[in-house]
Design a protein around this ligand. Structure first.
Ligand SMILES: Nc1ncnc2c1ncn2[C@@H]1O[C@H](COP(=O)(O)OP(=O)(O)OP(=O)(O)O)[C@@H](O)[C@H]1O
Length: 247
């Protein structure tokens, strides 16, 4: 198992608050790694540290053993690590196709080929070809989530960081988005770290799951193992819950 992306004791303080506190994480090539944890656990901050939009207070982020932390966000994208945002942020005045083109220009630079062909391919892959000429505001939430995925995928990433892509959409759309995420890994060979609150999606998609609480990694393992870990039950439900819950 080759480690593609790793964090080593990565930490970030905001004043007196340790939002991320000495977290070690390793993503293998071809893996889907789930990141879960209660609200405020530090999940999004961890993504910002990996993506270069926040600098770590200490520790480091490595891609292929080379230091990624310290690079500005656009250089991290160029290195092949791209994130999506919990609150989707398309360019509102650009069409769906133009939004994807922005990513495809980066992707063509990184991986070769033409940006337009890349954008068209990704639009079709993400099921957005028939929406190409529309503005993002005309899409449903699930459609905007697809657009967020397509924009990121168009950059030809090696690692995708997905921040709550599935949360908030209806169950049918959730299944379709989960299938799309799996195809991104299987067909596009992109390794994925996924923050997600929708447990069935985390359980079915993740090869491994890391659990954060108060900025610390409190558990790591198969989805089945972590949801039954006493410290995870306590983090979600409060102290004493682990003993009270059925086996
Ligand atoms: N820019 C910031 N300045 C100050 N505090 C911050 C900042 N960003 C995050 N925090 C704090 O750091 C902690 C971790 O926040 P973060 O958003 O990473 O958690 P999260 O696990 O992603 O939560 P959620 O599941 O609610 O999205 C929280 O206490 C939050 O208030």
């Amino acid at each position: 198992m080759t480690t593609l992306l790793a964090t080593r004791a990565v930490s970030r303080r905001f004043g007196g608050l340790k939002a991320v506190d000495g977290v070690d994480l390793a993503l293998a090539e071809g893996e889907i790694l789930g990141v879960i944890g209660p609200n405020g656990a530090g999940k999004t901050t961890l993504f910002s540290l990996i993506a270069g939009s926040l600098a770590p207070t200490s520790g480091e982020v490595l891609l292929d053993g080379r230091r990624l932390s310290g690079l500005p966000a656009h250089r991290v994208v160029r290195a092949g690590v791209v994130r999506t945002h919990q609150i989707v942020r398309p360019f509102p005045n650009l069409t769906v196709a133009e939004n994807v083109m922005v990513g495809a220009i980066h992707g063509a630079r990184r991986a070769g080929g033409g940006a337009r062909e890349r954008a068209e391919d990704v639009l079709a892959f993400a099921g957005l070809a028939d929406r190409a000429g529309q503005l993002p505001a005309t899409l449903t939430l699930a459609g905007r989530k697809r657009l967020e995925l397509a924009r990121a995928l168009a950059t030809a990433p090696r690692v995708l960081l997905l921040d709550e892509v599935i949360a908030g959409v209806n169950p049918t759309e959730a299944l379709a988005l989960a299938a799309l995420i799996r195809r991104i890994r299987d067909e596009r060979r992109v390794s994925i770290v996924m923050i997600e609150h929708v447990m069935p999606a985390v359980m079915s998609l993740s090869d491994r799951v890391v659990v954060l609480d108060h900025g610390r990694r409190i558990a790591e393992g198969t989805p089945q193992a972590v949801v039954h870990a006493p410290q995870v039950i306590e983090a979600y439900l409060g102290k004493g819950a682990a003993e009270a819950s059925p086996p």
